[in-house]
Write a new protein. Sequence first.
Length: 291
Amino acid sequence: MGRKHWITALGIWLVLAAVALAAPKYKALIVTGQNGHDWKGTTPVLKKVLEDSGLFAVDVATCPPGKDTSGFKPDFKAYDVVVSNYQGAAWPEETKKALVDYVQDGGGLVIYHFALASFPDWKEYNEMIGLGGWGGRTEKAGPYVRWVDGKIVRQQTPGRTGSHGPMQPFQIVIREPNHPITQGLPEKFMQVPDELYGWLRGPAKDLTVLATAFAPGGKLGGADEHEPILFTIGYGKGRVFQNALGHTAKELRSVAFIVTFQRGVEWAASGKVTQKVPDDFPTADKASVRP
C-alpha cells in the first residue's frame, strides 16, 4: 500500500473510531402510555435525561388507552434496559412473560416513581420490583421495609400500602455508599419539593436499600419513618433499580433525580456506573435544579 493510501486508510479508521466512541453504549426502552400520573409530560423528559448522559439511545413504547392491551408487545430483548413509566391496565400474558424472561435472563429494569403501583395482582412483577404501593395491596403483599436504629428492618404489620403527604422538600440519606449507583455521592443531599413515598411493602427478596428519606408525620402526612427512596433488586440474572423521586416534569429538573436516575439506569443496563458526580449536585441543605 502506498503512502497516500495508507494515510487515507488511517484517516477513515480514525473517523470510524471517533464515531464509535461518540455512539451511545446502551439501548433503552421507556414503557408508558397509561399512568395515574402525567406520563405525557414526564416521558419526554426521562428520554432527554438519558440521552443527555451520552450513554443511551432511547425508544418509547406507548401502550394504547383502555383495558384492551392485547396489541401491546414490546420487544424487550432488543434493549439493554427497560424503564417503566407505566401504571394502568394489565398487559397480555405474552407481554408479561416476555418481561419476566427478559429480566431473568439478565436484562435491566428501572421502575420510575408511580410505576411501583402497577400490577398488584402480578406475582412476578411484585417480586421484580421488591416494594410497591397502592392498587389495593395489603399486608399480604409483604412487609414494610424501613431504616430503624441504624439498620434495615422488615415490619410485617397491617396497614395501608403506599401513601404520601403534601409536596415537600426532603433530605435523602445514603445507606449503602459502596454500591455503584451511590458510590461517590455525598452522604446527604436535598430533593426539591416532591411526593415523598411511604408505606411501601412487598416481597423484598434480594433487596438492597441504597437511600432513604425521613417522612415526618402530622400535617406532612408521613409515618415518622425513614422510608426507602432508592433501592435495587436482584431477579434471576437481571438487575432492577427503583427511583421513587420525580412526581412531574418540574421535579425531574432536580439534579438529585437526574443523577440518581442516570446512574441507576446505567447500572441496570451494565452492572457498573461510569458517570462522575457533577459539580451542581445538591448539598445536605440545598437542592439543585437544571433549566
